[in-house]
Design a protein around this ligand. Structure first.
Ligand code: DQA
Length: 147
């Protein structure tokens, strides 16, 4: 079974984008680490990145029947997109929210997440490791469902 790892706007620039905030790990490195961890957990992953809100929504819709879980870093859309929130709520696929930075320790406008209310939980502040923690959490959640 396959997990969708979905990354939103500007995350394609990881590695060079404000490394003091987001670290020096590239998105390709994060995606490789996700693939490795998934294999250990007996899952596969599909990785999608888009800078376009509608494309992220399309990817969530397409996940129906194809992916057992979603790991999403929606970037700045986290703080603005009711449409993304509605998409996640609509497909009813277990979703974990990830942020590299600790959004609660940053500007006020980053404290609110529209993704959080429709997610199993939120992992933020642990850099690239957060994606792997999200995968562990998702695997535990999915195995409970299977038991
Ligand atoms: C981010 C946090 C967001 O506030 C920001 O807009 C991003 C990255 C993170 O991973 O820390 O693009 O989602």
């Amino acid at each position: 079974s396959d997990i969708l790892v979905l990354n939103g706007p500007n995350l394609n620039l990881l590695g060079t984008r404000q490394p003091e905030v987001y670290g020096s790990t590239t998105l390709a490195m994060i995606e490789d680490a996700c693939r490795d961890r998934a294999q250990t957990l007996r899952y596969t992953v599909t990785c999608v990145q888009s800078n376009h809100e509608g494309e992220l929504i399309d990817a969530i819709h397409a996940a129906r029947g194809r992916h057992v879980g979603i790991i999403i870093n929606a970037g700045a859309y986290t703080h603005s997109s009711i449409a993304l929130m509605d998409a996640i709520a609509s497909v009813e696929i277990p979703t974990v929210e990830v942020h590299l930075s600790n959004i609660h320790a940053r500007e006020e406008f980053r404290h609110r997440s529209y993704i959080a209310p429709v997610s199993l939980g939120q992992i933020c502040g642990f850099g690239a490791t957060g994606y792997l923690l999200a995968m562990e959490a998702l695997a535990v959640h999915l195995s409970k469902g299977a038991a």
